[in-house]
Design a protein around this ligand. Sequence first.
Ligand code: ATP
Length: 320
Amino acid sequence: MLEIRKLQKRYGNFQALDGLDLTIPEGEIFGFVGPNGAGKTTTLKITAGLLSPDSGSVMIDGVDALADNRGLKEKIGYVPDFFGVYDNLKVSEYMEFFASCYGLEGREARMRCCALLEQVKLEDRADFFVDGLSRGMKQRLCLARALLHDPKLLILDEPASGMDPRTRMEFSAMLKELREQGKTLLVSSHVLSELSGLCTSIGIIEQGHMVLEGSMEHITEQVNSSKPLLIQVFSNMEKALAILKSHPCVQTIAVKRDEIKVGFLGDRQDEAALLQQLIDADVMVSGFMREKGSLESLFMQVTAREDEKAVIRHEMESGL
Ligand code: ATP
């Protein structure tokens, strides 16, 4: 659906995007995560046709979006990270104003606006002034506005910032519903936990380029495989240690009473094979699992500056 290749953008001397690649298959909710200033908004604005890159390409459904700005805007709905000032407009007037920008007028416009306000659960606020809505309601109104022209791809810049947990959950449910209706969503945040229950895939951006990208399952597997294996041995500890020492996936071994903590670079098949090898050698294994990892710890690792990284590696290794 969306393919971004080698995107570059400078602001004066500052390199905001440095060869950014990003791929989103149709029907995904893609979480675009990165620390403040990493280049998320710049990427989203270029994708929405609001900013020109210095070089690189943006393809939507195989069409060069940078060359076809009008076609691009038909396919994209953009929800920015700020809400403009509309002091004297009521919710219904606000929607009908934007509907007219998309060429919708009269009864057709009113019906479309009503349906969308219902979809974002604001139907009972149609006669309220926009200015008086809560932040969560304004965000939902922005979403309804972005859906007016029925775009295939929805881009949301930091939608959850400033929302309380309940409002965030309700908003996430709305986004999941949109996915079920066939939309593809690109959602940014600088807080990974805001997105982890929502997204089907994520990409982590740092200093203008992608440092990690993949499906949620793939990323979760990476989180888990970066953690040590914890093996509890009931008997035959010496034999177990001999097997581990000669195993190609084993990086480090630390023993505490009957528990062995193993730095293990391997996938689930390698883990299963190791367990089998221990059992075949008459080692009685009473526990065998990966230490629980978290998406946050992976995010901290891949977005850490070099000096911070050294500390994280040191802390991880010293625990082994
Ligand atoms: P945040 O999470 O804080 O919103 P972001 O990941 O969205 O950050 P961008 O807004 O894309 O990051 O900004 C990337 C970098 O480019 C930042 O260092 C920012 O200060 C800089 N930048 C953004 N817009 C401009 C501009 N118009 N002129 C100069 N520098 C800019």
